[in-house]
Design a protein around this ligand. Structure first.
Ligand code: BG6
Length: 301
């Protein structure tokens, strides 16, 4: 298939063989499925909207938005950004397929997506920019490489960015997340109060919405599909958001089933609490690797 033919449809599939595939919807360059040996790794709500307007509820939306400073005193300001959609325009804009899925010499499959400023993005955020998003599908891994470029000769800009990963899990209450011990976090369920994590591993048993700061490069999430573990490795993404809406917040979302919250866990790597500042003519790079693995031992709490 040529890039032109694929761009006519809105979905791009990377196929590595052995029922290992990754599907990207050009709406937001949202990864909507990642199957390893036919086993889905990502959660997508049964009520997700694919109308090309709303963000897709699930998978891995690409969050890129205007930076707003966070005031811990002004609780309301953090959740609701003063203008533009909360999680920015990139996840609701149609991206361009820059390079159609291509098999590399080692059997891995790569595709590249891109987004440049256009009339729509300018109406929300009046800057010139160019984002490239390169995905590589390996046997049990998915690699994400992001580049943001500021082509302007005079203007600097600042932004937040986040890979909003919705992991599919059999029961969120049984998941443990490593790598957060000792980190400071903003608790969005408690008026943005700042705390320090005292637990060796984090578990989720209620409405959870936390921005952990200066987290290490790696988290392991236990008890994902088939009781396996997921390793999340990140580069140039200093923060990690942990989110599950639980019962009441699920009911408030029109594109999320009331009974779906036990089957998802968002672990989101990003630049959230401080902006990325790009001077004219400069670029920013960040990456993430998700790796599914089977581990002979359990993480002890
Ligand atoms: C998380 C935020 O990243 O995304 C939550 O921390 C938010 O506060 C959630 O509710 C979902 O956001 P949205 O815009 O997709 O409904």
């Amino acid at each position: 298939t040529t890039a032109a033919a694929m761009a006519a449809t809105s979905v791009v599939v990377l196929d590595r063989g052995n029922n290992t595939t990754c599907t990207i919807n050009l709406h937001g360059a949202t990864v909507v499925s990642w199957r390893v040996n036919n086993q889905e790794q990502l959660f997508v709500s049964k009520l997700a909207s694919f109308d090309g307007k709303k963000a897709i509820r699930g998978g891995i939306p690409f969050v890129f938005r205007k930076f707003e400073s966070i005031s811990l005193d002004l609780a309301a300001q953090f959740g609701a950004w003063s203008f533009g959609p909360q999680h920015g325009f990139a996840r609701i804009t149609r991206w361009h397929l820059e390079r159609a899925p291509d098999r590399l010499h080692n059997g891995d499959v790569e595709a590249i997506f891109s987004l440049m400023d256009n009339e729509f993005t300018r109406s929300i955020w009046n800057y010139q920019f160019r984002i490239t998003y390169r995905l590589i599908l390996r046997e049990k891994e998915l690699h994400f490489h992001i580049g943001v470029y500021n082509p302007s000769k005079e203007l600097s800009f600042s932004f937040n960015m986040l890979l909003h990963t919705y992991l599919k899990v059999p029961d969120v209450r049984r998941c443990q997340i490593t790598g957060l011990h000792g980190c400071h976090f903003i608790d969005k369920t408690r008026e943005n109060a700042l705390y320090q994590e005292g637990r060796e591993v984090v578990t989720v048993n209620e409405w959870t919405d936390r921005i952990y700061q200066h987290t290490p490069q790696e988290h392991v999430i236990t008890n994902v599909v088939s009781g396996r573990k997921m390793r999340l490795h990140k580069y140039n993404f200093p923060d990690t958001v942990i989110w599950n809406p639980w019962i009441d917040r699920s009911r408030e979302m029109s594109d999320f089933g009331d009974d779906e919250f036990p089957n998802m866990l968002c672990v989101e790597a990003g630049n959230v609490t401080s902006p990325v500042i790009l001077l004219p003519g400069t670029a920013f790079e960040a990456s993430q690797i998700l790796q599914q693995f089977k581990c002979p031992y359990d993480i002890i709490n």
